[in-house]
Each structure stands twice: as structure tokens, then as C-alpha cells.
Design a protein around this ligand. Structure first.
Ligand SMILES: C[S@@+](CC[C@H](N)C(=O)[O-])C[C@H]1O[C@@H](n2cnc3c(N)ncnc32)[C@H](O)[C@@H]1O
Length: 331
């Protein structure tokens, strides 16, 4: 696809919403679908969701996959907000997929959960969203903080629709290796293909040109004044919620690490002990959402509700009362 055509299709608008339609080439869709089913072949009783289905290149790829291996096509739902793209998808795939004109970033709980979610999410940066959309997304999605992009919200929503969490078959395009390093371009695999498809949009993110060289803005603006303070750290997904103390406040947490900063710095040790207590552990077990293999998702909106009895961070009191972690900390 030429750069100009790609930009035109990215800029496509349907009503108020920017849809970020960029068709996925068939070969890339095939590779992604092979990755999706690698080690977990589909059956007719599985459920698959195609969010932002467009004209249906992933439906075609799943059909090709199932036909070539004599597998039954799973029970499928496809969503898109663009009626014209949906009409084309219906022409080609109506007998395979329940195709609905529907906002995937709205409440989709009535759709139930799925064994697989596959798609090429719209890539629409925050500057192109209306104020109404930004407010709505910030209320609904944990990942809608700082500078965010629609594709991240698609991933969060996809995780919520998967029936056993992140390992159950969603395809994530991730540029980093296990050590957190960026591999050389030829080794980027599916992510490299995806990034090439969006090269223009990615390069467009440059915020300033200096001495003929582009300097790129941070995708997010972490609140450094909060981050570099004494704090408590924990993993976002874990089989055993554990909290670590950063007493000197010099750890810069990576994306998969959450940090909790007490309102009152004197509460740091007591809150840290409370978070690692058997009572708190039992509360996380009872209240946190489960990911794959029984792992717990320590979502901040849930962790904030952890009860903190008054005597945890002060003198024992006669009339016990409790606040929540969210009232005593920033996270
Ligand atoms: C990058 S395109 C991918 C289209 C198609 N799946 C493909 O791979 O060619 C993203 C698609 O998401 C759709 N879309 C954008 N925002 C959406 C939303 N909130 N809910 C559902 N679909 C949306 C767009 O209309 C577009 O078809």
C-alpha cells in the first residue's frame, strides 16, 4: 500500500468516531492466524471474536486455516462501527460470522467470553479523539491514562472478553524480547510486519525536528514527581501477590510493574506490611479477576478498594474503622 493511500484510510471518519481503518494484507492475516492457533487448534464449539472486523481479512484467514486443515469454523462474532465495511464483510462472510454494527469500546459484556480474539486494532492517537471520547474512555479503561491510543484500549477490551485471560489465544504484537530489549529489525517477526504496515503513522509521532533529526515524544507521560518517591511495587499479573518496598524512591517501574505511593510517607512501612499480610492476600484472592492458569490481575481499580483498618497505620483504636488503600495512596 502506498504511503498516501495508507494516510487516507487512517483518516477515515465514521460519524464522530475516528475508525483508523487500515486493511490487513492477506499474508500477514494468515501469519497472525497461524500464531493464534499454534498449539491450540480451533473446533466448531470454540468461540472467536473479530473486533474491528472491517471487510473481514481475518475471517478469510481463519476460513483458509480451517479449510486447509479440515477443522470446523468456530462460532464467530464480528464487530465494526463502519456500516460500509460491514456490508462488504456480510457479502463475503455472512454464513460464517454474526456481523454486528457495534462499538467494541462500549459495554460488550452481553457478548459473553471467547476462546480467541483476533484483529488488527485501529491505530488512532489521542490527538484525533474528541473530548467526549477521551472522557468516556478514561472512565472505562485502565489503560486510558496519559497519552493513549485506541489500539491499547482494544487490547484491554480484548483481554476482558477472553475466557481464560491473556494466554488463551489472543494475538499480541510485542516488539520486546524476554529481556526487555528491542531485537534487530529482521527478528521482529509479526510485530515487524505490523509496524511496517503503520510505518507512516509511527514516524508521524515525532514531536520535534532538531538538527535534521526527529525526537520522539514519550507515548505516555509518567508522573515523574510521583514515581521517583518512596513507594511500594507489585506485578500487574501474578500467582502470588507480593509487594516490594522502594524505600529510597529511586526505582523507575516498567510498564508491567505497579507502584503505590502513600499520601503520608510515614505510612510506607505499615502499608507495605499490610499489603503482604495474610488478610490482604485473602482479600486479593477473593476480589481480583483471574487471568490464565489462576493468576490474579492486580488491577488498580480493584486494589484501591483493599480495606485498610485504622490501626494498621496508627495506634490501635477503640472503635475500629477502616478506609481503603485508594484513600491512603496514589497508584
Ligand atoms: C486497522 S482496521 C482493521 C480492519 C480489518 N480487521 C483488517 O484487518 O483489515 C481497524 C478497524 O476497526 C474498526 N473500528 C474502529 N473503531 C472501532 C470501534 N470502536 N468498535 C469497532 N470497530 C472499530 C474500523 O472501522 C476498522 O475497520
Amino acid at each position: 500500500m502506498s504511503a498516501t493511500r495508507e494516510r487516507d484510510s487512517v483518516a477515515h471518519r465514521s460519524g464522530e468516531q475516528m475508525t483508523g481503518h487500515v486493511p490487513t494484507p492477506p499474508t500477514l492475516a494468515d501469519r497472525i492466524v497461524e500464531t493464534l492457533f499454534d498449539g491450540r487448534e480451533p473446533s466448531g464449539s470454540d468461540r472467536i471474536l473479530f473486533p474491528g472486523v472491517g471487510t473481514g481479512p481475518f475471517v478469510t484467514a481463519v476460513r483458509r486455516y480451517c479449510e486447509s486443515r479440515d477443522r470446523s469454523f468456530p462460532d464467530a462474532v464480528g464487530l465494526d462501527t463502519d456500516p460500509e465495511l460491514l456490508a462488504a464483510a456480510r457479502d463475503a462472510h455472512a454464513e460464517y460470522v454474526d456481523l454486528r454494527e457495534r462499538d467494541f469500546l462500549g459495554d460488550c459484556s452481553d457478548l459473553g467470553t471467547f476462546d480467541y480474539v483476533v484483529g488488527n486494532p485501529p491505530y488512532v492517537p489521542i490527538e484525533r479523539l474528541s473530548e467526549g471520547e477521551k472522557t468516556r474512555y478514561r472512565r472505562r479503561f485502565e489503560t486510558a491514562s496519559g497519552r493513549f491510543d485506541l489500539f491499547v484500549l482494544f487490547f484491554e477490551q480484548a483481554l476482558d472478553r477472553l475466557n481464560d485471560g491473556p494466554d488463551s489465544g489472543d494475538v499480541f504484537v510485542c516488539p520486546y524480547d524476554e529481556d526487555g530489549r528491542l531485537p534487530p529489525e529482521p527478528e521482529l517477526g509479526v510485530f515487524g510486519d505490523w509496524a511496517s504496515l503503520r510505518r507512516d503513522r509511527l514516524e508521524d509521532r515525532s514531536c520535534v525536528e532538531k538538527n535534521d533529526r526527529p525526537w520522539y515524544g514519550w507515548h505516555e507521560n509518567p508522573p515523574m514527581e510521583d514515581v521517583l518517591r518512596p513507594k511500594i511495587l507489585c506485578q500487574d499479573i501474578t500467582d502470588d501477590p507480593t509487594f516490594w518496598l522502594d524505600a529510597d524512591g529511586d526505582v523507575l517501574p516498567r510498564h508491567s510493574v505497579y507502584y503505590i505511593v502513600p499520601e503520608d510517607p510515614d505510612d510506607l512501612d505499615a502499608l507495605h506490611d499490610h499489603l503482604n499480610s495474610p488478610e490482604a492476600h485473602a482479600w486479593f484472592e477473593a476480589n481480583c479477576q483471574r487471568a490464565a492458569n489462576g493468576y490474579l490481575r492486580l488491577q488498580s481499580r480493584v486494589v484501591k478498594k483493599l480495606p485498610v483498618p485504622d490501626d494498621v497505620v496508627g495506634e490501635p483504636v477503640d472503635d475500629p474503622h477502616q478506609t481503603t488503600l485508594g484513600e491512603r495512596t496514589h497508584m
